[in-house]
Design a protein around this ligand. Sequence first.
Ligand code: GDP
Length: 398
Amino acid sequence: MTRRRKMVERVTTLMSQPEQIRNIGIVAHIDHGKTTLSDNLLAGAGMISEEIAGKACWMDSDEEEQARGITIDSSNVSMVHEYGGKEYLINMIDTPGHVDFGGDVTRAMRAVDGAVVLVDAVEGTMPQTETVLRQALKEGVRPVLFINKVDRLINELLVDEVEMQIRLGKVIDKVNRLIKGMNEEAYKSGWKLDAAEGTVAFGSALYNWAISIPYMKTSGVSFKDVYDCCKAGDMKTLAKSSPLCEVVLDMVVNHLPDPLVAQKRRVPIIWQHGDPSTTEGQAMLHCDPKGPACLMVTDISFDPHAGEVATGRLFSGTLKRGNELYVMGTAKNVNRLTQVAIFMGAERIEVESLNAGNIVAVTGLKDGMVGSTVSTMMEMQTFESLKHYSEPVMTVAV
Ligand code: GDP
């Protein structure tokens, strides 16, 4: 069996185990390092080779796999991460950093349950950090924080070890003030970021290392080690003793909710007008693979082989090729699925069936549009429409 085929098997097995799934997005102000972080996470998880990370050109050499029609789709990626002797499926959706694409952030936040908020240690939070954080909180998406470019603090700003920690602390305080101001209820219910608990990590996406307080305790790597290595330009030692992928994905697995937990909180927010006591309401609240399929489309792309591909979040039910679905708000035409697929690395791979709680791709949804509510039921209450908040809300002192 090829290494890739084994990986496909691991991914497909995990997608039916919701406790072992995390649906996440990385959100950031432009240039804070989101692309570098996502590429290096994928490479670290063994989904693309480290040499080509950043070039999105992981080509398949296995002819059998090629015959099954695998397509690169860099906007959605999935990877497998091992933590505490268990494997986890991390479905990661791309979110553009540029404010012009704010609508795409909105869609991505509908599909995920957790967000890695990435902030440049030198620049600190910026207006787009606020916008994307607000969007995440509006969608009931839980944040953790990654403070990037710590190497620049030391090598360009020439701060000492104490000053480094003070500056990192200031970034955490600022993000916490934003969370509290945007959603005090969530902040008080445990969404306050806390470095000691491990909801914050620091590091350098470019040089492939990261550190968190829990990871310091198990690895023995200290702030002093981080400082000394950066000062000496020895990033390789840090990348070995404190690998970016391990630290960041440990934080994701440990602190961002699985779909079973997340959907209980999120369904009442994103399906406000729905009745939770209905069959579909119960199925979505419990992420039930046996309930009616309820899918929200968050992206439509065109594939030269497969045609229109709809990507979205499957909140309940199971989807298979040949299933008949209905798109709410359109004439009740039957939309028959021609392909159901998941993502492995940055590729779309056709599978037998798709389970509730995943970010999925389907073809054959001819009436589907971005924002569509799709179901095996002919009628259901639609999800809340996607609202984009383009500007941070200004507070004016009077
Ligand atoms: P994006 O716009 O958020 O996707 O940012 P990119 O990932 O494209 O990174 C923007 C720039 O910051 C690039 O030149 C990266 O090489 C650089 N960069 C990213 N992470 C780091 C880091 O940890 N340290 C340093 N020094 N530069 C970084």
